[in-house]
Design a protein around this ligand. Structure first.
Ligand code: 13P
Ligand code: SF4
Length: 311
């Protein structure tokens, strides 16, 4: 039984014993963020995974992130504390349907958000993250036709912002989909001077009210440099932990869902990772990401293009 164990101390002991690096996303619990060797957005975490000389990567995030780490660092053992930590965007895009969609549009290239399965990455030409999408799109000739999946809100945001037509796959992030415009406007009325920072996975009726739109790391940077003392944060609320650490004298308010508070916007997949499961993953080196080598190499092509084009 794990009762009575000092989990933090055990995790620290095992991380040394295993020569493991713990990578954490901003949507993880504060205690997991605080023990991670590195916390970042999807692009930064991919880069860290590609560069590390650790023997083991313990990925505190969701499965597509751990898969990305394995694709880029095949000789490492990659563990994910809970293998059920999926993503609604990945679920919305079954590879067979995506393949059929591509085949129906043979003159289009497929630009895919990193929030998808390794199979969909293998069916794609270029991967993007929210922090790299604009830079990558700017390098694609204007007359090149593009399929963008699986996030229709990120795709729609890019279409509006860059004036670029793309065919969109109809996926959404259930977390960002749950923000309420009515409740956001009520909150804004109480804090009229507070800017709003939003993730581009939010629907347009949220993004349209935002003073800043960007990835988790982008939103965190905005929090560090913004004028004023209060920020309304329209992304998964666990990122507020980093803001409070970086700028303790400012006030960060999570954007509300329909019930008027931000707890319905906690990512249920990210929340599957716990201290207990991280400890067990480091102890047992399970659950482990395994991948067919043909699939890995095919998925790596589109990921490598992202890493090249984003740098
Ligand atoms: P970024 O950290 O790249 O902004 O991604 C957000 C997200 O929803 C990850 O699942
Ligand atoms: Fe997927 Fe949204 Fe959770 Fe990120 S926050 S893992 S996009 S469901």
């Amino acid at each position: 039984s794990l009762q009575g164990l000092d989990l933090r101390a055990e995790i620290d002991r095992l991380r040394k014993e295993r020569n493991a690096v713990i990578l954490g996303h901003y949507y993880q619990s504060p205690e997991i963020q605080d023990l991670s060797d590195f916390v970042g957005d999807s692009l930064e975490l991919s880069r860290k995974a590609a560069e590390t000389d650790a023997d083991v990567i313990a990925f505190c995030g969701v499965r597509f992130m751990a898969e990305t780490a394995k694709i880029l660092s095949p000789d490492k053992i990659v563990v994910l504390p809970d293998m059920d930590a999926g993503c609604s965007l990945e679920d919305s895009c079954p590879p067979a349907q995506f393949k059929a969609f591509r085949e129906a549009h043979p003159d289009h290239i497929a630009l895919s958000y990193i929030n998808c399965s390794a199979e969909v990455k293998a069916l794609s030409d270029i991967i993007v993250t929210s922090s790299s999408a604009e830079k990558i799109l700017a390098q694609i000739p204007a007359d090149q036709k593009i399929i963008f999946g699986p996030d229709k809100h990120l795709g729609g945001y890019l279409k509006r912002k860059l004036g670029r037509d793309m065919l969109l796959w109809p996926g959404v992030c259930i977390v960002h989909e749950a923000f309420s415009e009515t409740e956001l406007l009520k909150l804004k009325a109480q804090h009229p001077d507070a800017p709003i920072a939003a993730h581009p996975e939010c629907p347009p009726y949220i993004v349209d009210h935002a003073d800043y739109v960007g990835s988790t790391s982008g939103i965190l940077d905005f929090a560090k440099t913004m004028p004023g003392d209060t920020l309304i944060v329209a992304t998964e609320p666990h990122i507020i932990h980093q803001m409070e650490k970086a700028v303790p004298d400012k006030n960060f308010i999570g954007a509300p869902g329909a019930d008027g508070n931000c707890n319905c916007n906690i990512c249920p997949y990210m929340a599957l990772n716990t201290m207990e499961k991280l400890y067990l993953a480091l102890r047992d080196l399970q659950p482990r990401i395994e991948m067919d080598e043909t699939l890995r190499l095919q998925a790596k092509k589109s990921l490598d293009r992202m890493l090249d084009m984003a740098s």
